[in-house]
Design a protein around this ligand. Structure first.
Ligand code: A2P
Length: 318
């Protein structure tokens, strides 16, 4: 099944579901990307931090070479890591990601976090990227100027942000000559971000939703954290009505509230399952049941290690 597209504020068409690629491991990536493209995925959400741009690029090349897709059918997103947020480093960071992929442009380039970290000039510990992080007081509006340069040079078709709160978005919009097309944040039924969604929608910015299943395999999961059970009685009961799984009900709910989900799966059956959500819609009554899962404490990607750093985004209400 192919996902329908949403039109972004720069005229680009973006498929309304993408594959999350964080934690796709070396050795499985090529197969997963191939299966995903065969299943109809065209939108791939990547990041320099995930340390797998090169493998993803190789898999994409293979599917272009075998004639399954053309480059222009694909929507490739990647993200600027916090150690390259000083304006003068943004273009070279974008070029490095392009080189990793073996592509000459990405469809979307995002600032991964509004926090700037010192570039320590040595390879980052990808598994624990914040372990020796040193933050810098830096204005992300300057970073944005570097992002705009990426568009002007043809390296990125569109630019956006990730993990920005409403005040930070307002600050970017005031200074921008090119508007952000998306803000990518955590959205799940447990933390549905309705205020931020409305705020962004009113400003022509689409929300893309990472970790739509609550990132069950995040390394920092702790006892007492909110849990999204895909087998909960409510999800199973709603699923029965539509002959869909709990995972499909969650993803469809995200579509109904106006966001673009980016589920990760490395499993062929679940990859197919997750994109098979465009042949039904949820009733208002069922949406209300999922709305009732929402809690102000429902966020799981809050990165406590960033909390004391300048521009930490999650101290605001939204
Ligand atoms: P797997 O890769 O084995 O399919 P999130 O996108 O919130 O980070 O969630 C990703 C996690 O959810 C992964 O552990 C993934 O495991 C699992 N997952 C993905 N799709 C489904 C599904 N349809 N049903 C159950 N678990 C899923």
């Amino acid at each position: 099944m192919l996902a329908p597209c949403v039109i972004l504020n720069n005229g680009q068409k973006m498929p309304m579901l993408g594959l999350g690629t964080w934690q796709l491991e070396p050795g499985e990536i090529e197969k997963v990307i191939e299966l995903a493209i065969n299943a109809g995925y065209r939108h791939f959400d990547c990041a320099f931090l995930y340390d797998n741009e090169a493998e993803i690029g190789l898999a994409i090349k293979k599917k272009i070479a075998d004639g399954t897709v053309k480059r222009e059918d694909l929507f490739i997103v990647t993200k600027l890591w916090c150690t390259f947020c000083v304006k003068e480093e943004v273009v070279s960071a974008c070029k490095r990601s392009l080189q990793n992929f073996g592509l000459d442009y990405v469809d979307q380039y995002l600032i991964h976090w509004p926090v700037t970290l010192k570039n320590l000039g040595r390879p980052m510990n990808i598994k624990e990227p914040f372990i020796d992080a040193v933050s810098i007081e830096y204005d992300f509006v300057e970073t944005w100027k570097g992002m705009e340069e990426c568009v002007n040079l043809g390296l990125a078709k569109g630019i956006g942000i990730s993990n920005f709160n409403s005040k930070q978005i307002e600050k970017i919009l005031k200074a921008a000559t090119i508007k952000p097309v998306v803000n990518q944040v955590e959205v799940t039924p447990n933390f549905n971000q309705k205020k931020l969604i409305k705020f962004c929608k009113d400003r022509g910015i689409v929300i893309t939703a990472y970790s739509p299943f609550g990132s069950p395999s995040r390394p920092w999961a702790a006892e007492g954290d909110p849990i999204l059970s895909l087998d909960s009685p409510e999800l199973v009961a709603i699923g029965k009505k539509y002959v869909k799984t709990g995972a499909q009900i969650v993803l469809r709910y995200l579509i109904e509230i106006g966001v673009v989900p980016l589920p990760k799966s490395a499993n062929e059956i679940r990859l197919v399952e997750n994109i098979n959500i465009f042949d039904f819609s949820l009733s208002e009554e069922d949406i209300a049941v999922l709305d009732s899962f929402n809690s102000t404490d429902g966020r799981v990607i809050d990165l406590p290690c960033l909390k004391t750093m300048p521009n930490y985004p999650f101290d605001e209400e939204f």
